[in-house]
Design a protein around this ligand. Structure first.
Ligand code: GAR
Length: 198
């Protein structure tokens, strides 16, 4: 695949952006099938936005949306994504429920990373749920975003053993290592499959 054919990916974050960073660094490999054309989100002072800028990736900041401005926020965000000619959107710790119109606008083109083995533990507090349930494994999932929260088709998962004495913090840290491996690979596989005429 030549450079010109790389898939154009935008990443949306709300916080630290370590999964976003994993994508930025993966995209530096010459054989990576995508490039990160834009990073944005709903928190203008998210540390991940500053990191993306330092890494030379274009960042667009929006004021944190309120109930009253949420529709406008997603309209503006969608416009910016289109202007950047993004072909795919990755939600990498984007902690907002995405409205149906935005989901529809990116149907089949928007991926999310979630810190559980879906369909277990949709929503928040996934690690405490896995620990409380006495599960042998936690993990992470990359899935397509549909109107159903954390309910879209699963693209890839990684299992992570729960160790004796694990806390939410220790488990979260280990799952995040798995996330950083999973997300760049799942995205590469997905954009490659989409472009493969077969
Ligand atoms: C990640 O663990 C991601 O799976 C989770 O937020 C974290 C973001 O970390 N996402 C969700 O919980 C989505 N519901 P990061 O900012 O360091 O990538």
């Amino acid at each position: 695949m030549s450079m010109a054919e790389k898939a154009r990916v935008a990443v949306l974050i709300s916080g630290r952006g370590s999964n976003m960073a994993a994508l930025i660094y993966a995209a530096r490999a010459t054989d990576c099938p995508y490039k990160i054309v834009l990073v944005s989100g709903d928190k203008p002072d998210a540390p991940g936005l500053a990191l993306a800028e330092s890494e030379g990736v274009r960042v667009v900041r929006f004021p944190s949306p309120t109930v009253a401005t949420k529709t406008q926020f997603f309209n503006d965000l969608n416009r910016v994504l289109r202007e950047a000619s993004a072909e795919y959107v990755v939600l990498a710790g984007f902690m907002r429920i995405v409205p149906d119109a935005f989901v529809a606008a990116w149907h089949g083109r928007m991926l999310n990373i979630h810190p559980s083995l879906l369909p277990n533990y949709r929503g928040l507090h996934t690690h405490s749920a896995a620990l409380d349930a006495g599960d042998a494994h936690a993990g992470c999932t990359v899935h397509l975003v549909t109107a159903e929260l954390d309910g879209g088709p699963i693209l890839a998962q990684t299992k992570v053993a729960i160790l004796p004495g694990d806390t939410v913090a220790s488990l979260e840290e280990r799952v995040r290592i798995a996330e950083h491996q999973l997300l760049p690979r799942a995205l590469a596989a997905y954009v490659s499959r989409e472009r493969d005429p077969e």
